[in-house]
Design a protein around this ligand. Structure first.
Ligand code: ZN
Ligand code: ZN
Length: 632
């Protein structure tokens, strides 16, 4: 018997001509009618007709109706459930439709409870059921349900179904139960690419590099997904050179890269500052006619700006047809970081004029631009605009930008007010910005306060001690410097060795302070001597305070200011590139004050643009001055 359900039928809606059916419709007619339905209302009319003609009592017809309700875009899961629960003997197909329907509507938990009901009613699950429920487990990251399912799968003799097994491995791998995943994997008679890729993904997610490599090396076949997993893993763990090497191997094996590959590769390039390789990737994209969608476009823009090459960033930005807010943010942020504050403001206005609505990140970028450019009024304007015009509550990063902006302008009263007003506690970034401002404006009192707070929040960051000791030096408080150093040594905080890199013909050359291992060291040191002589002639005096504060005693014995890694890299750049070529150097730490002054002069003496990306920001040295306007 069929349990009749009341359906809200409306006469005003578009309806199918079914008021006077010429003959009793067969199940097939109903299917065709169902496929014609564009609105839920129409399906309900077919449903009503099926009830009227008793077609609904045919298990097959009712199942098809349930499937339509559950899985079509205009369906209704509730109606599907009504049909299934009214069926006398609902069979597996109908239940599978319900599970599929709830997954489609992202009602994952419901998918699992439908499965449980199915088991309670002794409806036999098949391999479709398991693939669907396992998919739900993956989404919920519930390996314990996976385990329960596994025993049912074995009981039903379905463990050799490749679909079921792959989904099971996927559940375990993504929830971090790699031992369970491996057990299923090792028991599998037949392995396809999906199985291998699931295992790779699992090891990558668990950051188990050893098993990941071992699995990748033993794979009998690889596809783009396998390569992407490896490259993304290296990017994730910060091994950017290895990511590039893996990409090189992928090219050798003639596996074409897709957008996912290229986004990962561009992230690695950006970190390495390997502009030539980034340009190669851009050419690859053009040659293959790969469309710059919002993700790839943003990755390309941010790669160029992180390599200090704004022309490239602007080009990539205009080539990106579908620009999202991320693309605009990448470009505005790039202009800001590279010291082009006015251009960033102009672009922000363009974004407001287009249909893109700025988000919280857009405001961080534009506030950054204002603080780098010392544009106090503009910055404060954006800060109030974000809340009033766009309803975005400022977060700690926005407050940090405002503190930086005001501090840089020496408006310390306003800084104090802002810090008091904000609904959250200042973070290390904010104290750091304030400390830098105090050093520039020689505000010892506030500087010491900020420095002590900073060290409390980031006790392991060497740079914090350097900043505070610089502040002490400014006020000739040598006893406090001594105490601070002792404190730092007792806590085991060491300065990481300064390391600068420069890319030449696709090869990244790394230099550490006082480097003596480069194959062209003789020429490099000759060049350094020449640079030193020319600097002296130009009236340059080394800033020896930096020796005391920025490097520790051990390093001081071996080296001098002239041999800082950024100077070595620049010297190597001078001897290895044609006159007029821009020199691009990446440094892992802040550029020291002495190198900063020297590089400004060197850009004038040698008539070269020198771009240095340090741990804080970009310095574009040109004709004797720097884009950071000596504030960093
Ligand atoms: Zn230096
Ligand atoms: Zn600078």
């Amino acid at each position: 018997m069929v349990r009749l359900v009341s359906l809200p039928l409306s006469n005003t809606q578009t309806s199918l001509p079914i008021t006077n059916p010429p003959k009793k419709p067969t199940p097939n007619t109903n299917h065709s009618l169902l496929h014609l339905c564009k609105h839920l209302q129409e399906a309900k009319q077919v449903h009503a007709l099926m009830i009227k003609t008793s077609q609904i009592s045919h298990t097959y017809s009712a199942s098809r109706l349930a499937e339509f309700y559950a899985t079509s875009d205009n369906g209704s899961l509730e109606c599907a459930e009504m049909v299934v629960s009214s069926m006398e003997e609902p069979y597996t197909f109908a239940w599978n439709s319900l599970i599929r329907g709830s997954l489609k509507k992202h009602r994952t938990q419901e998918a699992i409870s439908i499965y449980n009901q199915m088991i309670c009613k002794s409806v036999q699950p098949d391999h479709f059921t398991f693939t669907l429920v396992l998919k739900a487990c993956t989404q919920l990251s519930k390996p314990e349900i996976g385990k329960r399912l596994q025993s049912q799968i074995i009981k039903m003799g379905l463990e050799n179904s490749i679909f079921v097994r792959n989904k099971l491995i996927h559940v375990y791998a993504l929830s971090g139960s790699m031992v369970d995943a491996r057990k299923v994997f090792d028991r599998s008679a037949e392995l396809d690419i999906v199985t291998w890729n699931s295992m790779l993904e699992g090891y990558a997610n668990n950051k188990d590099g050893e098993s990941l490599h071992q699995m990748f090396d033993t794979m009998p076949f690889k596809d783009v997904v396998s390569w992407n997993t490896m490259i993304a893993y290296f990017v994730e763990v910060g091994e950017f050179s290895d990511a590039m090497e893996m990409f090189g191997l992928m090219q050798k094996e003639r596996e074409p890269a897709d957008r996912v590959t290229l986004v990962s590769v561009l992230t690695a390039v950006a970190h390495l500052g390997a502009l030539a390789q980034g340009k190669w990737v851009h050419a690859y994209i053009r040659k293959r006619g790969i469309e710059l969608d919002e993700n790839l476009g943003s990755a390309l823009v941010s790669m160029y700006s992180k390599c200090g090459c704004l022309e490239g960033a602007i080009e990539a930005f205009s080539e990106t047809e579908r620009k999202s807010v991320d693309t605009w943010n990448a470009m505005i942020g790039g202009l800001a970081a590279n010291g082009q504050s006015l251009e960033a403001i102009e672009l922000f206005s363009k974004m407001e004029c287009s249909k893109i609505r700025p988000n919280a990140i857009s405001f961080s970028c534009i506030l950054n631009a204002c603080s780098h450019g010392g544009l106090v009024e503009d910055g404060l304007g954006y800060f109030s605009k974000m809340k009033i015009d766009y309803g975005i509550e400022p977060d700690i990063a926005h407050y940090g930008c405002v503190v930086d902006l005001l501090g840089r302008a020496g408006l310390f009263d306003k800084v104090g007010k802002i810090i008091k007003q904000m609904p959250m506690k200042p973070d290390a970034v904010m104290w750091k910005a304030l400390l830098s401002a105090c050093r520039i404006h020689r505000n010892f009192e506030m500087g010491e306060k900020a420095g002590l707070q900073l060290i409390e929040l980031a006790p392991d960051d060497h740079a914090c001690y350097v900043l505070l000791s610089n502040t002490y030096a400014m006020a000739n408080k040598w006893d406090r410097i001594h105490k601070l150093r002792k404190n730092m040594w007792e806590r085991g905080v060491r300065k990481p060795p300064g390391c600068s890199s420069i890319e030449l013909d696709g090869v990244v050359h790394e230099f550490i302070v006082g480097d003596i291992i480069h194959p062209r060291k003789k020429e490099i040191y000759e060049m350094l001597d020449e640079m030193g002589d020319k600097l002296k002639l130009a009236g340059y005096e080394p800033d020896t305070k930096q020796v005391l504060l920025d490097i520790d005693e051990e390093e001081m014995k071996q080296t001098s200011l002239g041999h800082h890694s950024e100077k070595l890299a620049v010297a190597f750049g001078f001897i290895s590139t044609r006159p007029g070529t821009t020199i691009r150097v990446m440094k892992n730490l802040r550029v020291c004050g002495d190198c900063h002054s020297a590089l400004k002069l060197l850009s004038l003496i040698y008539n070269r643009d020198i771009v240095v990306r340090d741990s804080n920001r970009f310095h574009h040295f040109k004709e004797g001055s720097c884009s950071c306007m000596d504030y960093w």
